[in-house]
Design a protein around this ligand. Sequence first.
Ligand SMILES: Nc1nc2c(ncn2[C@@H]2O[C@H](COP(=O)(O)OP(=O)(O)OP(=O)(O)O)[C@@H](O)[C@H]2O)c(=O)[nH]1
Ligand SMILES: [Zn+2]
Length: 294
Amino acid sequence: MAEPEGLVTRAVNSIFTVRMGEEVRICRARGVLRKRGEKVLVGDRVRVEPVGSGEGVIVEVLPRRTELVRPPIANVDQALLVFSLVTPDFHHALLDRTLVAVAAAGLDAVIAITKCDLDPGGLADVCAAPYRQAGYRVILCSSVRGDGIADVRQALAGRVTVFAGPSGAGKSSLANAIAPELGLRMGEVSAKLGRGRHTTRHVELFPLGGGTFIADAPGFSQLDLALPAQELRYYFPDLVRAASGCAFRGCLHIEEEEACGVKAAVARGEIPPSRYESYRALYRELREQEENRY
Ligand SMILES: Nc1nc2c(ncn2[C@@H]2O[C@H](COP(=O)(O)OP(=O)(O)OP(=O)(O)O)[C@@H](O)[C@H]2O)c(=O)[nH]1
Ligand SMILES: [Zn+2]
């Protein structure tokens, strides 16, 4: 008979916290897994041989759907990209870059624009427009006033979500508004990871009930993009749509002066200049990476 299944929610020094329904067990990995070089990650679905009332041995890691490298978490469904409207100012280029990194990791993206209580008037909709136009879900939030919190809860429901975004954007505050008892703990983890001198790699999935889990992913936006420059265009859904108007199927929307559907869409105001500029800048960066490799 197969051992019962659980979800790894925490990993510290090869000690794993495994949730099995309502029960939580503290586990080690069976030696043979380690010998085979099979790592157990937070987010892994595992089979556990129970030991006593609160402990166990992980005997099998079930196949992963996704695997993030930094932070090391398995089976993440989506990223909530938390970017503030002001303090710090909304950062289009960094959001565009993070959206590419998220898509390249195989995750869905939801965008939360925070601190909308500080909107001087109409700014939030202006910042959100390029992303709504591209087809992303954008939620305007205020952790102070409570705007958007119910929508964020709904977007997280039943899924495993990592919170990513620049320092000070309001990730901990948002987590705290969604689940008061967990938000503060999540902030503590990120503070330790980000600034602690003795940084233990501590990743944790926080349960919000009903199969909903959240994790902090500080530094996700600083990730190197590991994809060929030629493929970058597929990670901008708004460019993909406009590319049906390009004369050449291999059109990169950069040098091609004529018959580029993307450039035409930018000229007509259908693709915001900031999105196209982000594409060009990231393309250049990836090309340089490729050239320096040889
Ligand atoms: N006015 C306003 N201030 C906010 C809001 N959300 C967060 N803040 C403030 O913004 C600052 C940063 O918020 P945090 O939640 O710590 O940001 P963080 O993204 O977790 O930051 P790191 O831990 O550095 O990654 C704090 O001073 C918060 O009080 C909001 O909705 N409205
Ligand atoms: Zn083109």
